[in-house]
Design a protein around this ligand. Structure first.
Ligand code: COA
Length: 338
C-alpha cells in the first residue's frame, strides 16, 4: 500500500525519539541445549542468534511497552499530556481486550491520547508507523507514541526445537510529531505496507481465538503456541523484503548509495544477508542485534533502530531504511531521515 499524495497536502512527520527495553533474564543457546535436541553451533550457523531475553512470569507486554515508551518520550522531550495517539503493535496482548495500548496510556498518564492495538506480527511496528503517519499527516494527531512489544516466550512451544530457539521478548517505541519541535529536515520520507492472506498457514498460533477456542484438549496439544514452516517462510521473507524495499527506493527516488543504514527485521542473519545483498547494500551499512535478542517480532526492528541511534550508527540528516516481514504474511518498509 503506497502513500497517496493527492488530493491532500500532508503535514510532514518526523521521528523525534526512540526507546527500547529488554527483560533481564538471558536464555543462551547452551541453556537451550539442555532443554531440546539442539546445539549452539546449529543455532548460530542457521540463524545467527546466540541468546535471547525472557520476561519475568509477572512481567506483562504492557510493562515492557511502558518501559520502552518512557525512554522514547524522554529522548523526544515529550510530556504525557502532549501525546494524542498511542498505537501498540503486538501479537501477545495483556488480555485480548481491552487493548494493551490502553494499559500503556494509563501507565504513562497520557490522558489526552486515543489508544488502540494493531496486529501485523513482525511487521507490526512499521504498520503502526504508517498508521500514525496518516493520522498526523492528515492533521488528526500531533504527537503519536508508537510501540511494539512482545512476550513471545508465552506463546512458544519450549519442546519444539524448530521454533523455540528463534524467539525472545522485548519492546521498542518511537515518538512521531509534526509542527514545532521537529529538528532540521527530519522526516518519515515514505513507507510501504503489504500482505498476502493466502499464506496465513505458514506461520500462526492456531488456537485460542474464535476458530479454535481454548479447550483442555487443545491446550494439551499446544495449539496456543507458534507453528511455522520455516523453510517456506524464509523464501517468502527474502522475496517480499527485497520487493518492498526496492519499491520504496524507486518511489522516493532515493539513491541506494545515500542510505546510511539499513535496520531490518531481526529474524535470521541469513535472511538479512540475502535481502541486503540483493539490494546492493554492503554489510557495514546493516544493523544487526539478533545475536543478543533473537526474534522479538514487531519489536525487533525498533529495538534495533533505538540501539543503532544510541550507538551513533546514524546521525542527524542520515537516511535509514527499515524493512520487515512477518506472519500474515505481512511486510513493510520505511525510509526515515533522522
Ligand atoms: N537444532 C538442530 N536441528 C534443528 C533445529 C534445531 N534447533 N531446528 C530444526 N532442525 C533440523 C530439522 O529437524 C531438519 O532436520 P532433518 O533434515 O533431519 O529433517 C534440519 O534441521 C533442517 O531444517 P530446516 O527447517 O530445513 O532448516 P533451515 O535451514 O530452513 O533453518 C530456520 C530453519 C527456522 C532457522 C529457517 O528456516 C528460518 O529462519 N526460517 C524463517 C523463520 C522466521 O524468520 N520466522 C519468523 C518470521 S517473522
Amino acid at each position: 500500500m503506497n502513500d497517496l499524495t493527492q488530493p491532500f497536502k500532508r503535514l510532514p512527520v518526523a521521528l523525534i525519539g526512540t526507546g527500547s527495553y529488554v527483560p533481564e533474564r538471558r536464555l543462551t543457546n547452551s541453556d537451550l541445549e539442555k532443554m531440546v535436541d539442539t546445539t549452539n553451533e546449529w543455532i548460530v550457523e542457521r540463524t545467527g542468534i546466540e541468546e535471547r531475553r525472557i520476561a519475568a512470569p509477572d512481567e506483562k507486554t504492557s510493562d515492557m511497552a511502558t518501559n520502552a515508551a518512557r525512554k522514547a518520550m524522554e529522548a523526544a522531550g515529550a510530556r504525557p499530556g502532549e501525546i494524542d495517539l498511542i498505537i501498540v503493535a503486538t501479537i501477545t496482548p495483556d488480555p485480548f481486550t481491552p487493548s494493551t495500548a490502553c494499559y500503556v496510556q494509563a501507565n504513562i498518564g497520557a490522558v489526552n491520547a486515543a489508544a488502540f492495538d494493531i496486529s501485523a506480527a513482525c511487521s507490526g511496528f512499521l504498520y503502526a508507523l504508517k498508521t500514525a503517519v496518516q493520522y498526523i499527516g492528515c492533521g488528526q494527531a500531533r504527537t503519536a507514541l508508537i510501540i511494539a512489544s512482545e512476550k513471545l516466550s508465552h506463546i512458544v512451544n519450549w519442546e519444539d526445537r524448530s521454533t523455540c530457539v528463534l524467539f525472545g521478548d522485548g519492546a521498542g517505541a518511537a515518538v512521531l510529531r509534526t509542527g514545532t519541535g521537529i529538528e532540521g529536515d527530519s522526516a518519515i520520507l515514505a513507507s510501504d505496507i503489504g500482505a498476502d492472506g493466502t499464506l496465513t498457514d505458514i506461520l500462526l498460533v492456531p488456537g485460542g481465538g474464535s476458530a479454535i477456542p481454548t479447550t483442555e484438549e487443545n491446550i494439551h496439544e499446544k495449539l496456543y503456541t507458534v507453528a511455522m514452516r520455516g523453510n517456506e517462510l524464509f523464501r517468502h521473507a527474502v522475496q517480499h523484503m527485497k520487493d518492498s524495499a526496492l519499491s520504496l527506493i524507486k518511489r522516493t527516488g532515493i539513491d541506494p548509495n545515500d542510505i546510511a543504514l539499513v535496520v531490518p527485521h531481526q529474524a535470521n542473519l541469513r535472511i538479512i544477508n540475502a535481502v541486503t545483498a540483493r539490494l546492493g547494500i554492503p554489510p557495514e551499512k546493516v544493523f544487526v542485534n539478533l545475536q543478543k535478542y533473537g526474534n522479538t517480532s514487531g519489536a525487533a526492528c525498533i529495538i534495533a533502530l533505538d540501539e543503532a541511534l544510541r550507538a551513533g550508527r546514524a546521525k542527524k540528516g542520515d537516511i535509514v531504511l527499515m524493512v520487515t516481514f512477518g506472519a500474515g504474511l505481512t511486510w513493510s518498509s520505511a525510509a526515515i531521515r533522522i
